[in-house]
Design a protein around this ligand. Structure first.
Ligand SMILES: *[C@@H]1O[C@H](CO)[C@@H](O)[C@H](O)[C@H]1NC(C)=O
Ligand SMILES: *[C@@H]1O[C@H](CO)[C@@H](O)[C@H](O)[C@H]1NC(C)=O
Ligand SMILES: *[C@@H]1O[C@H](CO)[C@@H](O)[C@H](O)[C@H]1NC(C)=O
Ligand SMILES: *[C@@H]1O[C@H](CO)[C@@H](O)[C@H](O)[C@H]1NC(C)=O
Length: 511
């Protein structure tokens, strides 16, 4: 008797497992298509989406990466790193261009390094002469910017305010002559006279101000950043949001993360720990409300595009072959941690590479794919099409892989061709160009295609609600032909057109 039951049981288990496997693989293919949303500005900051996050930073116009120019008040000439750096600093230019522009590295709220256009840093040489030939900044490359307190515009000086620059020897820089900037005579901090060679008019190029994770954490500094970020993570997206998303027809979230998440709880400065715990809880909430999760490496080490959302310090794209091991290690970490979660649908190896070497990118995609597969055979591996390449550039390459997705981003923005399009032209562009591009990417045994970012925002000025609804709806319809589905950018944003929660609540779109 005992034996008989044993065999019956075995048989039953056998049937169950066959049924389960068949069922599982079918449901995966049938129910795959994602209607999802990006949880942007949550675990990777994008200041434009919620500028007030930066309000509490002292001197918040002087963030990492901001471009500044200095004009000697006495000489009425701009400070220039000859040849872009590597040699002398002079003050003999009447108009500022690249060589007269410096990128800030913020040491603290008043102390800065100044990076010339050849990427070297300004520093004091032995005879207290200013040069720009240092590759990594130390004490002699650190300057205090002292603003004129009598300037009513000091808190935001837009086209220029007066200031002095105190060097590491405690003395102010002075434009001695057009060919020499040095330190010397002591000037009274409180006296501001036009012929004082220690006074410079500083111009902040406000359209160069970056507002990403690097700027917010380094801007608040080590004593405040952690508290600010913890508060942001726990309030920006909550369990109620997952409930809302699932009730409104969304079945997945794409969650941008930064490389430092793999170093939690003690990431390198200025980043702060805690985003990992937040991602853990996001998986749990998503599971509770029947939603899938894409983990998207939005900010790769050394920056894959120089944008604020890649967490760059100063706007340079520096990701390359030497960054591959660290980037793969991040993916390995994420795949190991989340590979067993039933609601992990995919891991995106990198968001929006732009300007990176294509061979390096492929080398990385191959290694990143292998890292994911070490931990899960079911999760999709998502590869961003490089923004500066044809959207078919990866198609031959990805044939070697299983369960791979190519991510394309569709915005009727960021290109002059959209500037003057009216409502109908925008809608037609989706119906024709976008639809035909999607169908040219979709092949019977090729990768799945994912429109991983799109928005209802556009350049049309006077659109009616109905126009906007039509533009949203045509995109939902066309992008639903992408076999992997789509993700709106974003769930929450101060700007309503980018805020899917607001759009759903106000009946701009129904999913
Ligand atoms: C500025 O000074 C440098 C160094 O003396 C010189 O090579 C350069 O030609 C000067 N430029 C102008 C515009 O005077
Ligand atoms: C900034 O750094 C300098 C040099 O390390 C230090 O003397 C100064 O007190 C710091 N300022 C603030 C506001 O922390
Ligand atoms: C301050 O800014 C205002 C507005 O840009 C300008 O009109 C005014 O001249 C500035 N004042 C000084 C002292 O620079
Ligand atoms: C659109 O609105 C702007 C300002 O809101 C106005 O100047 C312009 O004339 C309007 N254009 C059309 C075509 O109605």
């Amino acid at each position: 008797m005992c034996n008989k039951y044993f065999y019956v049981n075995l048989l039953f288990i056998f049937y169950l497992s066959v049924f389960h496997n068949v069922y599982a693989s079918q449901t995966k293919n049938l129910n795959l298509q994602l209607k999802s949303v990006n949880l942007g500005n949550w675990l990777v900051i994008e200041g434009w989406m919620k500028p007030s996050l930066f309000d509490g930073i002292i001197n918040n116009d002087l963030l990492d990466g901001t471009h500044v120019q200095f004009m000697s008040l006495k000489l009425q000439k701009y400070v220039c790193a000859e040849l872009g750096g590597g040699t002398v600093i002079v003050a003999n230019r009447t108009r500022p261009f690249h060589w007269e522009t410096f990128r800030l590295w913020r040491v603290n709220e008043t102390m800065f390094n100044l990076r010339a256009s050849n990427k070297q840093f300004l520093g004091l040489e032995d005879e207290n002469k200013l040069v720009a030939d240092i590759d990594s900044p130390g004490n002699k490359e650190t300057f205090e910017i002292v603003r004129n307190d009598h300037d009513p515009n000091m808190t935001h000086f837009g086209d220029g305010c007066e200031g002095r620059i105190k060097a590491s020897n405690g003395l102010f820089l002075q434009a001695i002559s057009e060919s020499l900037i040095s330190t010397g005579t002591v000037y009274e901090e409180s006296i501001w006279e036009d012929n004082d060679p220690s006074i410079f008019k500083m111009t902040v190029l406000s359209d160069t101000i970056l507002k990403g994770e690097y700027q917010i954490t380094n801007g608040y500094g080590p004593n405040k950043a952690s508290k600010i970020m913890q508060n942001h993570w726990s309030t920006y997206i909550t369990e109620d949001d997952f409930k809302f998303m699932s009730e409104n027809g969304l079945n997945a979230v794409r969650i941008p993360v930064g490389w430092w998440i793999a170093k939690d709880p003690t990431p390198p400065k200025p980043f702060v720990g805690g985003s990992l715990k937040t991602l853990d809880i996001a998986f749990t909430w998503a599971q509770k409300y029947g939603m899938k999760v894409i983990v998207d490496l939005h900010a790769a080490p050394a920056s894959q595009n120089g944008r604020a959302h890649s967490a760059t310090r100063d706007g340079y794209l520096e990701w390359g072959d030497s960054s591959i091991p660290d980037t793969v290690a991040t993916i390995d970490f994420l795949a190991q941690r989340y590979g067993e979660r039933p609601n992990l649908i995919g891991i995106q190896l990198m968001n929006e590479p732009q300007g990176v070497n294509l061979e390096s990118l492929k080398k990385y995609y191959k290694a990143g794919y292998d890292a994911v597969r070490k931990h899960t055979s079911s999760a999709y591996v998502i590869m961003s099409n490089p923004l500066d390449r044809d959207s078919r550039v990866l198609l031959p390459f990805v044939k070697a892989f299983d369960k791979v997705v190519i991510d394309v981003h569709y915005y009727n923005l960021f290109s002059d061709k959209f500037s003057n399009m009216n409502v109908k032209q925008n809608i037609d562009y989706i119906k024709h160009q976008r639809a035909s591009e999607l169908s040219s990417l979709t092949t019977s045994n090729g990768p799945l295609i994912f429109v991983g970012e799109w928005t209802g925002d556009w350049k049309v000025q006077n659109a009616t609600k109905q126009d906007f609804q039509n533009f949203m709806n045509v995109q939902v319809e066309v992008y639903s032909h992408a076999k992997f589905g789509w993700a709106y950018w974003a769930y929450k944003c101060d700007s309503n057109n980018w805020n899917l929660k607001w759009l759903l609540n106000n009946n701009y779109v129904k999913l």
